[in-house]
Design a protein. Structure first.
Length: 247
């Protein structure tokens, strides 16, 4: 699974890297520990109006990239306010699971991250945290979104899609985020609704991408103080520094 990650890139740089418009993310600053229920920046694509000189029956609107805020914890539009808020969705079932399939077909997103945390058993019930990353490179985690309304207020929510862990990531945990390469982002973000065959094809594409990018991931142990999300400063860059001692 993916239950905590880091994104040490600010809003301005995110907009530059993704060539995206920023919408209400100006306050996002480098964060080294992002926990569920946090408001995070996500990348989506929204249709653009085609030039008026093109005949309506022949023009096909392009999609513009937009970075906007979302709450990490997925809530379908039909779910009750007090219902579950899954932070992850499994790639193997995201296109067919009743909670996720509608969003998968037309509301996909990218959660930018520079790495994520996973834990292995340690001594005296202490869990050993690991920072899994791609040598500081920005990672594009596949995600889905839903925008339910509560008392007339709509809030976008998101879940990160996971798959079987492989390579170095798989040595630490049996699940890992689905990461996509830059050249796959437009297809993933395309806002046009997918039919069943297209959805299955996109699942296969995402699985192949995840296997490929997993080969570029590395990891190291970090200080166990990161284990207590309430006692750390999320903006502290030392949270992802290699641990000085083994434990």
């Amino acid at each position: 699974m993916c239950g905590r990650y880091g994104l040490n890139v600010g809003a301005t740089d995110l907009m530059r890297v993704y060539q995206a418009i920023g919408r209400d993310i100006e306050g996002w600053t480098p964060t080294y520990s992002v926990a569920p229920s946090t408001t995070i920046p996500i990348l989506i694509a929204v249709p653009e109006e085609a030039p008026h000189e093109i005949e309506p029956e022949t023009r096909e609107p392009a999609a513009a990239r937009t970075l906007e805020p979302a709450t990490w914890g997925f809530r379908p539009f039909w779910a009750k306010a007090g219902g579950p808020r899954p932070i992850n969705a499994r790639l193997e079932t995201v296109a067919t699971n009743g909670m996720f399939r509608t969003s998968f077909r037309s509301h996909r997103a990218i959660v930018p991250m520079t790495g994520y945390f996973e834990w292995t058993p340690g001594k005296a019930k202490t869990k050993i945290p690991h920072w899994i990353h791609a040598d500081g490179q920005l990672l594009n985690a596949a995600a889905i979104t839903s925008t339910p309304s509560t008392e007339g207020v709509s809030t976008t929510t998101t879940a990160i899609i996971t798959t079987t862990g492989t390579d170095r990531a798989g040595e630490i945990h049996d699940r890992m985020p689905v990461f996509l390469a830059e050249d796959a982002l437009d297809e993933w973000l395309d806002p046009k609704k997918l039919d069943l065959d297209q959805a299955e094809g996109l699942v296969q594409l995402a699985g192949a991408q995840a296997e490929q990018i997993a080969t570029t991931l590395d990891s190291y142990r970090v200080d166990p103080r990161v284990n207590n999300v309430r006692r750390i400063d999320p903006s502290d860059p030392t949270l992802i520094e290699p641990a000085e001692t083994l434990f």
